[in-house]
Ligand binder design. Sequence first.
Ligand code: TYD
Length: 222
Amino acid sequence: MARGIFITFEGGEGAGKSSQIRTLAATLRENGRDVLVTREPGGSPGAEAVRHVLLSGAAEPFGPSMEALLFAAARSDHVEQVIRPAVKRGKIVLCDRFMDSSRVYQGVTGNLDADFMRSLEEVAINGMTPDLTIVLDLDPEEGLRRATARRGDGSADRFEKETIDIHRRRREAFLDIARAEPQRCVVVDAAQAPKKVAAQIALAVSDLLHRRRLSVEEAGAA
Ligand code: TYD
């Protein structure tokens, strides 16, 4: 069976990643594709245990490198237990946040050393680079408004509660990654109507599926 596909969704708070992932998963399934939806931090039993430690803020007093190591530990478990086996079985894996979130939240706004972050990423993903990364780009003020509305009475998590300036730096950092890796990343304007956002994501995915089909056919013809 052909290798599956690994697609990640990145962006700031309240950009609509989860609902866009649901929409894309439904569309792909209607077209007969085998889809697995997952998220980070979490996505495997081991990583879900670490998720609570990270999002409750329990690890915050120990500093950003401790948090980065925990995100990496969770990611490694998630990759080996869930993502890699699913892709091997030919599934399309849709993941809500992945390595770019660590690059941005821990690396850039956590001010961690670039070499340290690169080594951690290498160990955590162990070659499992996404085939496609959708960056949902949104003004952080609007994103936080949406995140607050969605949360209702619940309190902001460890990362949501930071200053608007930090959220702005994260937005720029995601855009920098997309500019540096245009073959992997597609930026979608998340301020548009959800249907428009969904259509642009679907286009990027069908483009990838088309290229994949062509390369399989070429390999077959060779
Ligand atoms: P989550 O509740 O999943 O929120 P969201 O809808 O924003 O994805 O919270 C995940 C939080 O963890 C989010 O604030 C980003 C942060 N995070 C990191 O700091 N580093 C990482 O590597 C990942 C995956 C997430």
